[in-house]
Design a protein around this ligand. Structure first.
Ligand code: ATP
Length: 347
């Protein structure tokens, strides 16, 4: 079992916290993404899991093994954690062929020649590298090099694989195809995967659950769908997907429905909180119609392929985003209707 459990984990650099009070659990076999803006602590958290950093506080466990304890100073070194690492920079041995890069972890562990050959061949085939086995890393494309790094993980049969922005150096088309390589790898190995990225589309496409981080803390740890449809606070609502957070008042809830006043209109809302204070208006919560009584002016039009994103400004100056198949010109006045947005509580 490779559940990873973090209890009150913190990391401070020269008195400044990079990761603060993180208590959470990554389930065995889950694909987890750590997502957040630059400097929010994603890489530090990954390095704590890897054993490249010692926590200042708290404990990290894999299965029933304590691997790091900030209070006692106990620390299992990276090479004894049975984890694989995949970095943005690939970290391949430049003087070894593809085959040797993949087989080397088995050589170090003292496997027999026959075992090394069969396991290396299996890993090369699984990552589509069979025909590149005798090439040097310098003779490969970025995507192929990243596949060598994955094959090297696969051959080691790790409990968990830690990936730090592994696609950041690749172009957009290759990133999309490599996402399939990663999800296939995950299905094949059943390893727990922890994947750092600042690209939410990437996180949404691959992860079972995403930990959205800000300022060293996990703001919400949830499925991609829940993060988008049920954000817990303003930060998550604004960071994940498009939309506008607007204050609400006069909330009335009963067993079957909930309503509140938003931008001067009484509307139906969705919420699990007793007394929500804000709504998140996603483009799909705003319908353009002749009869829409919320008047707004089109300020910007962006073509998204098959549809347009309209950035509008309401009479009271609120920026609202709507999507439409029909093209509208900048400056046109529209009627908008708000349909059942998600509401949450924020101080
Ligand atoms: P990015 O997406 O830009 O890589 P990140 O979310 O991965 O950012 P971290 O690299 O974890 O962020 O950094 C979190 C904070 O800790 C930042 O303020 C960073 O400057 C600081 N930090 C990270 N490593 C060190 C270090 N070795 N010494 C001092 N400060 C550090």
């Amino acid at each position: 079992m490779a559940d990873i459990t973090l209890t009150s984990v913190g990391k401070t650099f020269s008195g400044t916290p990079a990761v603060q009070d993180i208590s959470t659990r990554f389930e065995d076999g889950e694909f987890i993404a750590l997502l957040g803006p630059s400097g929010c602590g994603k890489t530090t958290l990954l390095r704590l899991l890897a054993g490249f950093e010692v926590p200042s506080q708290g404990t990290i466990r894999i299965g029933d093994r304590d691997i790091a304890n900030g209070d006692t100073g106990k620390m299992i070194p990276p090479e004894n954690r049975n984890m694989g690492f995949v970095f943005q920079s690939y970290a391949l041995w430049p003087h070894m062929t593809v085959r040797r890069n993949v087989s080397y972890p088995l050589e170090i562990r003292g496997f027999s020649k026959a075992e090394i050959a069969s396991q290396t061949d299996a890993a090369l085939t699984a990552t589509g590298l069979g025909t590149y086995a005798e090439r040097m890393p310098s003779e490969l494309s970025g995507g192929q090099r990243q596949r060598v790094a994955l094959a090297r993980c696969l051959v080691s049969d790790p409990d968990a694989v830690l990936l730090d922005e592994p696609l950041a150096n690749l172009d957009v088309a290759l990133r999309a195809s490599m996402q399939t390589v990663f999800t296939d790898f995950h299905k094949r190995t059943c390893a727990t995967m922890v994947y750092v990225t600042h690209d939410q589309a990437e996180a949404m496409a691959m992860a079972d659950r995403i930990a959205v981080m800000d300022n060293g803390r996990i703001q919400q740890f949830d499925t991609p769908q829940n993060l988008y449809e049920r954000p817990k606070n303003r930060f998550v609502a604004e960071f994940v997907g498009l939309g506008t957070v607007v204050p609400m008042r006069g909330v009335e809830k009963n067993e079957t429905s909930a309503h509140g006043h938003v931008l001067g209109r009484r509307i139906a809302i969705n919420s699990t909180h007793e007394c929500p204070s804000h709504v998140c208006l996603r483009p799909e919560n705003l319908t353009i119609s002749e009869t829409g009584d919320l008047r707004a002016k089109v300020a910007r039009v962006t073509y998204l392929g098959g549809k347009y994103l309209l950035e509008t400004v309401s009479e009271c100056g609120t920026r609202l985003l709507a999507e439409t198949r029909a093209k509208f010109e900048v400056g046109v006045q529209l009627g908008l209707t708000i349909t059942t947005p998600w509401a949450f509580y924020e101080d």
